[in-house]
Design a protein around this ligand. Structure first.
Ligand SMILES: [Fe+2]
Ligand SMILES: [Fe+2]
Length: 325
């Protein structure tokens, strides 16, 4: 990677690396990572995971049968999580807007933005087709939730900073991967599990792309990248936070073990931080060091919170088990 040797020695300061210079400096990495991504990403057919023969007409012009909860054997937790995952995927036009605005639509960055959008597009298509053919959720409610959620749009918390944007998507893609994968495990339907495993695999490759980009950013602008990582980790929210009834759904998803604090820390934050050796990076300037310390303190606090959550959860499960005896 060739980086113009300007301002490299300044320890920090927003003047050290502007977003425009970082985008230019990282273009070669994007090119390399895009190439790697295209080599490892295997084509797959979303329609092959949809049981079309199980589909039935709905009321309205076709005069079909109204949806009933008993139409599907998907678990209650699986239904809640599938809807949250789908509505999150549905807001793709807003996500595309955010990353196209930040990364641009030219050169390797642009090729990535469009390729990523095309891959993300199949996630919403496949999950919706699956839910409608299997009648796993109320289709009218789902459509109203989609309209409401997409009408709100999505505005990134990190649009002011290129490094924060990269750091956020590195964690967020992994969060999405874990959320899809665990939803599959708890859905009570082998086909949903297979479909979500496929989607999770896409999300994993997206995470690898952004994580490797973040690694390069840590090399060329270590103090600023460390600050960006600390800010993103300490203020992380899932992209679907604007979904109607999100808080309630998120609580069910947490209790059910699809996504909670412990999973967020152990399966999302730590793997990326460890891979990038974020807590071991030396030679930082004062601002980078401060960010690294803040991050360390935050992770300790999160671990304590997650332990409390785990204990409450274990006690709750023990009460449920005792009631059943
Ligand atoms: Fe996705
Ligand atoms: Fe993704």
């Amino acid at each position: 990677m060739t980086i113009a040797p300007v301002q490299r020695s300044t320890s920090i300061g927003s003047s050290a690396w502007t977003d425009a210079r970082l985008i230019l400096a990282l273009e070669e990495v994007v090119e390399k990572e895009l190439d790697r991504h295209l080599k490892v990403a295997k084509e797959w057919m979303p329609h092959e995971f949809v049981p079309w023969s199980r589909g039935r007409d709905f009321p309205g012009v076709l005069g079909g049968a109204a949806w009933e909860p008993g139409d599907s054997k998907v678990t209650p937790l699986g239904r809640v999580a599938l809807v949250v995952n789908l509505l999150t995927e549905d807001n793709l036009p807003s996500y595309h807007h955010e990353i196209a605005t930040m990364f641009g639509r030219e050169g390797a960055w642009g090729t990535w933005v469009h390729r990523w959008t095309a891959e993300e597009g199949r996630h919403g298509i496949a999950i919706r087709d699956y839910l409608l053919t299997t009648r796993a959720v109320d289709p009218d409610e789902l459509e109203r939730a989609r309209m409401s959620h997409m009408s709100e749009g999505f505005a990134s918390d990190n649009a002011h900073s290129m490094l924060q944007s990269v750091a956020y998507v590195a964690f967020q893609e992994l969060a999405t991967r874990i959320s899809h994968r665990n939803t599959g495990h708890y859905a009570g339907c082998p086909l949903a599990d297979q479909l979500l495993a496929k989607i999770a695999n896409d999300e994993n490759l997206h995470m690898v792309f952004y994580r490797n980009l973040l690694k390069a950013a840590l090399e060329i602008a270590p103090d600023q990248a460390m600050r960006a990582i600390a800010d993103v980790v300490t203020d992380f929210r899932m992209p679907g936070h604007g979904i109607p009834g999100f808080e309630r759904a998120a609580a069910q998803i947490a209790l059910g073990g699809v996504y909670n604090l412990r999973i967020h820390l152990d399966d999302v934050l730590q793997p990326v931080l460890r891979h990038l050796k974020v807590m071991e990076i030396g030679g930082l300037g004062p601002e980078g060091l401060r960010a690294q310390e803040e991050l360390g303190a935050f992770l300790d606090g999160l671990d304590a919170q997650a332990t409390k959550f785990d204990e409450r959860q274990a006690a709750r499960l023990a009460r449920i088990a005792a009631r059943k005896q």
